[in-house]
Design a binder for this molecule. Sequence first.
Ligand code: PMV
Length: 319
Amino acid sequence: MRIQASAPGKAILFGEHAVVYGKPAIAVPLSGIRAAATGIARANPLAIFAEDLAPFPLKIGGEHCDQPNPLALMACLTTKHLGATSIKGDISIRSDIPIASGLGSGAAVSAALGRAIARLHDLEIPDADLNRLVFEVEKLHHGTPSGIDNTVVVFEMPIYFVKGAGAEFINFGKPLRLVLADTGIASLTRDAVADVRSMAHCEPARIARVFDEIGNIVNEARDCIERGARDRLGALMTANHRLLQALTVSSPELDILVDAALGAGALGAKLSGGGRGGNIIALAEEDAVAAIERNLLEAGAKRVMTTVAGKGSQDDDSD
Ligand code: PMV
């Protein structure tokens, strides 16, 4: 028996970092870039083959899932969740989501692996359960994750997310054309989150005001997304970027790409995710996409990608 499972990447449109402190954030799945797992039922104990990693046998199904490796932890948690004592077969994982670049690679790989393990047992894990398991693995990646990454990746829907309160799915008044550009710099979200925590500790009043302003932007952005008010939404993205600069999570490379997108006619642009490296996202009208992509590459982007969020919305003018 051979099974397939997958999960998408994601982009945070608004609210990263402040979301760790209880402010809302908005994220969309990137269904065009995915982590995929292929499983084959065999008699051997589960072996996971992942790009750049030697196959390694996993000790799973024990009392405690205290595995330091994210794949091993996900396998262990899933097996326990399914009530299985051991699991057999081979699973290969392939992902076209760049790692450590704010596009949800870790959560997508965990979600695809969890689904694949369940399917090898001829079972499906309900998304709500899978979301909880992936969140546990996110703690290895991020330390103190808000939960936004696992939620948008597992449910594969645009979400308005508040830590502890869960997610609301968002309806798009109009589709949004998003240009993503990668600095090519890998950066660890846990480090950026830790630095923001130190700042919040040292300057609580100033940082609380920044978080409040980001929260207000996110709420207005949700309204703009639902109404299809793209011009205002673009301005809000750029305003959110300025506040992320104030949190010191931008970088010269990210700022150069944001300016390049704006200079080529983007409606707005900001870093997306943990920052310090990784990707920026820019909001673009269709006829400006080619010029924006060109400018971003000339400004040093290692990779650009254009995607449409909210396809299928009422006023869908997407391809
Ligand atoms: O995984 P990343 O790099 O997209 O960052 C997640 C967003 C943060 O708000 C920085 C952290 C979190 O857990 O929400």
